[in-house]
Design a protein around this ligand. Structure first.
Ligand SMILES: Cc1cc2nc3c(=O)[nH]c(=O)nc-3n(C[C@H](O)[C@H](O)[C@H](O)COP(=O)(O)OP(=O)(O)OC[C@H]3O[C@@H](n4cnc5c(N)ncnc54)[C@H](O)[C@@H]3O)c2cc1C
Length: 380
């Protein structure tokens, strides 16, 4: 169910849905069990031109908007939270900022391969000692001749072990607070001193690599600074406005996937001589699941739509992210319950949606932080 989307958006959504049903859904549990990043899926997504949905065609993207990108995140989430998370980190965190803040040369060198799907990217803000209070970082970048030297540790970085480039936030002016942070483009292959020190085993989303990375005296040339020196925090805030919409979209997809799985099962499963969907208790759960999913979808589409109109969506994107991530966890939990014992085993998808949904309440700003942002936006 959706309000009438523009034809172009429906076309992309339907093409991605078909690909998801045919290529991702059949391996979604297997890649979790194997903790395997499905490189072949990302290659195919690249061939379908969706790794650069909101990037202009001039730089190898699809020239779509945030709403179109949101629909793709949703479809991926409907079958695999892992693919959706790696995709969302690649597009809104690792790719879009280069289009927004990069020079022409940087766009040719770094944006084009990301948008064309040659490889995926990562974005490194969080550190072992700073998460919600992300600006309180220890990673530094010091000028060194015609370049910079980066030192520090970044934590929980999606895609870092498979990325062709990683955007790293570092302090360039100690003591200057928000104004002392800058963004750098790092090449994990070529830049000496960059290493992935841990790839975390997680409660879900194990086909999406989550890494600790060390930056040990990494020298990079001057032209790897993204935007102006000191602009790193402003860029981060803008990037997270878009990022929250993608996590909201992914959450809607998880809720949709869990809801569909529960409905399908409830129609088939018989107890006490009738389909369990005919018991009021089960039907009410299925109705609630639909209500929450649809509500989250509307908030998410609204924030994507307003983003595309150039409006400040700090409030809407936080509301959407908060609501959709909670909806995803609640819907997935109920889906497990609807399937009874079968909901608890890996042959059925609700357990996977349940484990994956939990992250949506944590990543790109926890629910507690979303409430802080919303309160502030409401003038409270
Ligand atoms: C799978 C995964 C992928 C990730 N991918 C990336 C990535 O690609 N790049 C990246 O940079 N980061 C990434 N992260 C990091 C993620 O964004 C952080 O984990 C998140 O922002 C929370 O930070 P933290 O873990 O340090 O928790 P903390 O900030 O230590 O929070 C701990 C608890 O305290 C609460 N809390 C903190 N401050 C307040 C406050 N002021 N008021 C009320 N409650 C508060 C939090 O809500 C939380 O419940 C990822 C994390 C995971 C698990």
């Amino acid at each position: 169910m959706d309000f009438r989307l523009p034809d172009e958006h429906r076309m992309i959504r339907d093409a991605v849905r078909e690909f998801c049903d045919e290529e991702i859904d059949p391996i979604a549990q297997e890649i979790e069990n194997e903790h395997r990043y499905p490189a072949e899926i990302f290659e195919q997504l690249g061939e379908m031109d969706v790794l650069g949905v909101p990037v202009s065609e001039e730089y190898g993207g699809l020239g779509g908007d945030q709403l179109m990108y949101s629909l793709v995140c949703e479809e991926l989430g409907r079958v695999s939270g892992s693919v959706g998370l790696s995709y969302a980190a690649h597009v809104s965190l690792a790719t879009k900022p280069i289009e927004n803040y990069g020079t022409e040369e940087q766009k040719e060198r770094w944006l084009r391969p990301l948008a064309e799907g040659e490889y995926v990217g990562g974005w490194a803000l969080t550190e072992p000692g700073s998460g919600s209070d992300a600006s309180d970082m220890d990673t530094t970048a010091e000028r060194d001749g015609d370049g910079w030297v980066l030192d520090g540790t970044k934590q929980f970085i999606t895609n870092a072990s498979v990325a062709g480039s990683v955007l790293v936030k570092a302090v360039t002016e100690p003591g200057a607070g928000y104004d002392g942070i800058s963004t750098f483009i790092v090449d994990p292959e070529a830049d000496d001193g960059f290493s992935v020190t841990t790839e975390w085993e997680k409660m879900g989303l194990n086909a999406s690599p989550t890494c600790e990375i060390a930056l040990d005296d990494v020298w990079i040339p001057e032209d790897r600074l993204l935007g102006e020196e000191g602009d790193g925090w402003e860029q981060t805030k803008e990037t997270l406005n878009g990022g929250r919409i993608s996590i909201a979209s992914l959450s809607v997809g998880l809720a949709q996937g869990a809801s569909e799985a529960a409905r399908e099962y409830a129609r088939e499963r018989e107890q006490f001589g009738q389909s369990i969907a005919r018991f009021d208790a089960i039907r009410d759960k299925l109705v609630e699941m639909e209500r929450k999913t649809e509500r989250a979808r509307l908030l998410t589409h609204k924030s994507a739509w307003n983003y595309d109109q150039g409006e400040d969506v700090t409030l809407e994107s936080s509301l959407a992210k908060l609501d959709a991530s909670e909806a995803a966890r609640e819907v997935a939990e109920e889906a497990v319950q609807v399937l009874g014992g079968y909901g608890y085993v890996e042959d059925f998808s609700p357990q996977r949606f349940y484990r994956d949904a939990k992250l949506m309440e944590i990543g790109e700003g926890t629910s507690e932080i979303q409430r802080l942002v919303i309160g502030r936006e409401l003038g409270l």
